[in-house]
Design a protein around this ligand. Structure first.
Ligand SMILES: Nc1nc2c(ncn2[C@@H]2O[C@H](COP(=O)(O)O[C@H]3[C@@H](O)[C@H](n4cnc5c(=O)[nH]c(N)nc54)O[C@@H]3COP(=O)(O)O)[C@@H](O)[C@H]2O)c(=O)[nH]1
Length: 703
């Protein structure tokens, strides 16, 4: 910047002269302006001052005086400054803003000195030395802005700050911290003792330990999580982030920190953790939490404290759920949970693992007898009727028990062993308790091997259909064949369905297997001449799968079999399930044109009522009645009654398990329409059917 001094030529107002003055005038580091206090005009200005005010020397010396270059907001103060100075002869140092014509604002710091005085001592001319302090002001503004942003953030985020001076043991805290702690506002420091007194006793020791450990390690800082009790009784969760200050000898002198109120966050976390670890229906711990507690117990058992795992499920729960509805089923589970909880101590855990499956950790068990006593009590309380939604519901329970350390020292092993014992208890009958025994493991492993074998067999196409004829009693003519599944095991030979179907139902493999049976049976039947029907057994599991009707339709379509030649056999277990959905499926199947037969009639609890609910085409009288024919009067009477009733309902009857001519003749007398059994043929593979049918047709002719 040029340092050319500019002056207003006024001989009577001759500006100050001298070398020092000239050097000031030429200075490029400061602005310089000489002012006539009488007229209020600039007499001289240097180029730095021109730059600061954003005006040329000519514009400044035009006679309008210093205030018109000042920012309007500062003008009043500026005028007051000059007025005061002119009258008192003393000028205050002041800061003000110059406003350039283009809007630029420059912050200036003014020092004014009197150059010339009137004879009476009043100041006449003075010089203003002006420093540009814009950069410092900008920095200050930014500082203020970030400070207010910080304050806003702290207010919004409910963050407080504090400084703990270790030399005085006093804590200085900001308004936000005082508000968090519920302390009265003010500047007074709080004693460290009072500060810590607010912390919950359970957290205090940990807090000190964590701080001391961090200081001991000369750590820069530490984050502490703790709870306080405010004077108003509120419990708050706080998170404090501390930074330590050390002196030259590495001794801690103070800690500064920010405190955040994380109460809502911790409460939300606690709620989420509760949801993640508890069963929504009963409020009991779920499998995850149960497993975690089991791990803790196992750790104690390793130190010699025994415990028991009791696995239980409800007898008849499914029946209740299916017949009285899911809402009642839910209410039952809730009530069961309440009864179980009431029987246990605080140190024990009861969890709902899913469905009607519960598990208990009985702590501090040194004798199996203690587990037996609890198990008996639980059987007793769960056998008592439940009054739910206007129904009296009676269930019961079976229990499997494993003991630690005897039956294992791994959480999974103990639970698995308890489960195996439960499996065994249920197999033995209802309301039983059973302790785990090592042989059960062998059985379970065999079951697992069978499961894997079955899955492999399906892929390897090791299943085959055998067929057994159904004969019309009156003519001895074969009217149909029943498809019966066999497993051609590569090592075990021909495996009967009773030994693998229940497992396929449990593991869901019955669905693809049942689909294959339907397709294969329809395909085989389509190759037979005449109107011989094919009967296919349906599992209850298939019935509860949505795709059954589609599967049947597809099997018919792909084989080209007349739907009237397909007969689907269902058992009463099917009718027991979700009856509305079951009836709808049955009607949809019937609408396809297929026939529906009720299998094993007479073995269930309410077989007769099923006949009222659905128009079956056929009823198959269970072979236990046929077996006793001629031996007891009752069986004959029952067969006669069923046959008569079915006739009235326009349903055919087939007597199963006919092994002798005597039985066959008796059936004819009782009015049975059809018969099936070894008397005519054992179930035979598809390749033998033509020969079987030919033989039986001769038999029919001969009679
Ligand atoms: N879901 C499916 N279940 C099926 C399928 N194939 C068979 N099964 C069911 O398995 C059970 C046992 O069947 P199986 O060993 O084939 O026994 C059948 C006959 O062999 C047997 N039977 C026939 N006549 C006699 C006889 O005179 N005496 C005698 N002791 N047993 C005889 O009865 C069984 C047929 O019973 P039913 O089905 O009730 O008509 C059995 O419950 C099958 O239903 C399948 O593909 N899917």
């Amino acid at each position: 910047m040029s340092a050319t001094p500019c002056s207003r030529s006024r001989p009577d107002d001759a500006p100050a002269e001298g070398a020092a003055f000239d050097s000031l005038l030429n200075s490029d580091t400061a602005g310089f302006a000489e002012v006539d206090l009488g007229t209020g005009r600039f007499l001289r200005v240097n180029s730095r001052f021109c730059a600061m005010t954003g005006r040329s020397a000519a514009e400044l010396l035009d006679g309008r005086g210093p205030s018109h270059v000042v920012h309007p907001a500062d003008r009043a103060a500026d005028r007051a400054l000059w007025r005061e100075g002119a009258s008192s002869g003393r000028f205050r140092e002041a800061e003000k803003r110059y406003l350039h014509p283009d809007g630029t604002v420059v912050w200036a710091r003014l020092s004014v000195a009197v150059l010339v005085r009137w004879a009476d001592g009043r100041p006449r001319r003075c010089v203003a030395i002006v420093q540009d302090v814009t950069a410092a002001h900008r920095t200050l503004e930014r500082l203020h802005a970030s400070e207010s942003l910080l304050r806003l953030t702290m207010d919004v985020g409910r963050i407080g700050s504090f400084r703990h001076d270790f030399t005085t043991d006093q804590v200085q805290c900001c308004a936000g911290t005082r508000a968090l702690y519920g302390l009265p506002q003010g500047e007074e420091p709080v004693s460290a003792a009072d500060w810590f007194a607010a912390v919950l006793v359970e957290d205090r020791h940990r807090l000190r330990e964590q701080s001391q450990a961090a200081i001991g390690a000369r750590a820069e800082g530490v984050t502490l999580d703790y709870r306080i009790h405010r004077p108003d009784g509120q419990l708050r969760h706080l998170e404090a982030r501390l930074r330590f200050g050390y002196d030259g000898r590495d001794h801690v002198t103070h800690a500064t920190g920010a405190i955040i109120d994380v109460t809502e966050q911790r409460e939300a976390e606690a709620r989420i953790a509760h949801i993640a670890h508890h069963d929504a229906l009963t409020g009991l711990p779920n499998r995850t939490l149960f497993r975690a507690r089991l791990e803790q117990q196992v750790a104690r058992a390793r130190r010699g404290e025994g415990f028991a795992v009791l696995c239980l499920d409800l007898d008849r729960f499914k029946e209740v759920n299916d017949t009285l509805g899911h809402s009642l089923g839910d209410a039952l589970l809730h009530a069961v949970a309440t009864r179980l909880r009431a029987e246990l101590r605080d140190v024990d855990t009861v969890a709902r693992l899913g469905g009607d499956e519960f598990a208990i950790i009985q702590s501090q068990v040194s004798q199996p007898g203690e587990a037996t006593r609890l198990a008996r009590r639980l059987i007793e309380v769960l056998t008592q009727p439940f009054e739910l939604q206007g129904h009296q519901v009676v269930v019961g329970t079976s229990l499997g028990i494993s003991l630690a350390p005897e039956d294992g020292l791994e959480a999974d092993t103990l639970l698995k062993n308890g489960d195996m014992a439960l499996y065994r208890a249920k197999a033995d009958g209802r309301g039983r308790l059973c302790f785990f025994e090592p042989e059960m493991d062998a059985k379970m492993q065999a079951r697992r091997r069978l499961e894997m074998d079955l899955r492999r067999a399906l892929v390897a196409r090791e299943f085959e259909l055998f067929f057994q004829p159904i004969v019309e009693v009156r003519s001895r003519r074969v009217t149909g064949l029943e498809a019966l599944l066999r497993w051609n095991h590569p090592e075990r030979g021909l495996v009967p369905p009773d030994s693998f179907i229940p497992l396929t139902e449990e593991i869901g493999l019955i669905l693809p297997l049942g689909e294959w049976v339907l397709e294969e049976a329809c395909a085989q039947a389509a190759r037979w001449a005449g109107d011989t029907t094919i009967a296919v057994n349906l599992s209850p599991v298939q019935f509860s799968s949505r795709g059954l009707v589609d599967t049947v339709e597809r099997a018919l379509r792909e084989s080209g079999l007349d739907p009237r030649r397909l007969e689907l056999e269902i058992t009463e277990t099917v009718m027991l399930r979700d009856t509305e959905a079951t009836l709808s499926t049955l009607h949809r199947l019937k609408a396809l044109g297929v026939r529906i037969a009720m299998d094993d009639f007479g073995t269930g609890y309410s077989s007769l009522s099923y006949l009222q609910r659905f128009p079956f085409d056929k009823v198959k009288i269970d072979r236990c009645f046929t077996r006793d024919l001629g031996q007891t009067q009752q069986s004959g009477a029952i067969i006669r009654a069923v046959a008569g009733m079915c006739q009235g309902l326009d349903m055919r009857t087939t007597a199963e398990g006919v092994e002798t001519e005597e039985q066959f003749r008796a059936l004819a007398q009782k009015g049975c329409i059809e018969a099936q059994g070894y008397l005519f043929s054992h179930p035979r593979p598809a390749v033998e059917i033509p020969a079987m049918l030919a033989r039986l047709s001769q038999f029919a002719c001969a009679s």
